[in-house]
Design a protein. Structure first.
Length: 338
């Protein structure tokens, strides 16, 4: 696929215009994002990404279009795992819903810059040092295996090294000041707790980018396709967060699907010089893994919920027995008095 500098310029100008429209017009006033608004914006970003995909098909052919779509699907799926952590961060810091969009907006702007740097660096390393493919593949297999066996842990800001370092370097105010990341008190500049939240969101994306970007390089090494699939998936992350934040914990089997995908693309990279896996086959495997993990989450009952129901039934039975015993005791007292 031949990509000129104009492709990069036009695409980035379009993205900047959409970001300016988002923050400067539609979200100029801080407000809590409703499910309806989140669904509309999710549809807009998905529609734009698929329109771009169709444009690739028309002007570059089916193979680049399939590579983009597969990379977009991988990034979109992994971003759901990112939402788990964001929910914990916002919950711990008790960020008001109307300010969460502002944090996510600037967090994603930073994520786009960091991922752009990662993609350029990754493309350079792969083109100059072929053995990096094996390094990326081994990293993905390790990360995918680790994801399958990890236990969800609560977010603990008190022992977070990054936050400890931030508080040492920058004075932080004791309370929030609306949507501001910085305030000035008595002539001295202070960061607000909202800036710490933004810092944690940025760091979280940085950690997830270490997995997701090598995963897309397993599908295509064309930097433009890796970059555009990343950008569209990340831009839709904000609306996806507000759409799924309240129910994300119900997708308890999703991590196994994501784990399988990471291991699959990692093995694909490790065997790239021995056996080439067609892009169509990769797309089918990834989509099937996601679909199965989501369906299992929705269909298979949660064992913890069953335990809770049993405990409630047991408690209800005890209350009933106690009430019956009390009634019998009252009847005996009445009979004696009579």
């Amino acid at each position: 696929m031949q990509v000129t500098i104009w492709f990069w310029i036009i695409f980035n100008v379009f993205i900047l215009a959409m970001l300016a429209l988002d923050l400067g017009v539609f979200h100029r006033r801080a407000h809590a994002i409703s499910i309806r608004e989140a669904a509309i914006w999710s549809s807009v970003w998905i529609g734009l990404s698929l329109t771009f995909n169709f444009g690739l098909y028309l002007f570059a052919g089916p193979e680049p279009a399939l590579a983009y779509l597969t990379g977009y699907l991988i990034e979109k799926a992994l971003s759901v795992d990112n939402i788990f952590v964001m929910v914990l961060i916002f919950g711990y810091f008790k960020v008001e819903p109307k300010y969460q969009h502002r944090v996510l907006f600037w967090g994603i702007v930073g994520a786009l810059v960091m991922r752009g740097i990662f993609i350029v660096l990754g493309a350079y390393l792969i083109s100059h040092f072929h053995w990096v493919i094996y390094l990326f593949g081994a990293l993905l297999v390790f990360t995918g295996t680790k994801m399958a066996f990890r236990d969800e842990e609560p977010f603990d800001a008190e022992n977070n090294r990054l936050l400890k370092l931030a508080r040492k370097l920058v004075p932080v105010s004791a309370q929030y000041h609306g949507k501001n990341f910085w305030i000035r008190e008595n002539g001295k500049l202070f960061a607000t707790p909202l800036l710490l939240v933004l810092l944690m969101v940025e760091f979280t994306d940085l950690v997830f980018a270490v997995d997701s970007i090598p995963a897309i390089f397993a599908v295509t090494t064309e930097p433009f396709l890796v970059y555009t699939s990343n950008v569209f998936a990340i831009l839709g992350l904000r609306s996806l967060y507000f759409l799924l934040a309240g129910i994300v914990d119900q997708f308890r089997y999703l991590k196994y699907g994501l784990s399988f995908i990471l291991v699959f693309v990692g093995v694909k990279m490790l065997l790239s010089d021995i056996q080439k896996v067609p892009i169509v086959a990769s797309l089918v495997v990834i989509a099937t893994a996601l679909l199965i993990s989501i369906l299992l989450s929705l269909i298979v009952p949660d064992p913890e919920d069953e335990d809770d129901e049993e405990e409630m039934d047991d408690l209800a039975q005890r209350l009933t027995d106690g009430k019956r015993t009390l009634t019998q005791a009252k009847e005996k007292v009445t009979q004696r008095e009579g």
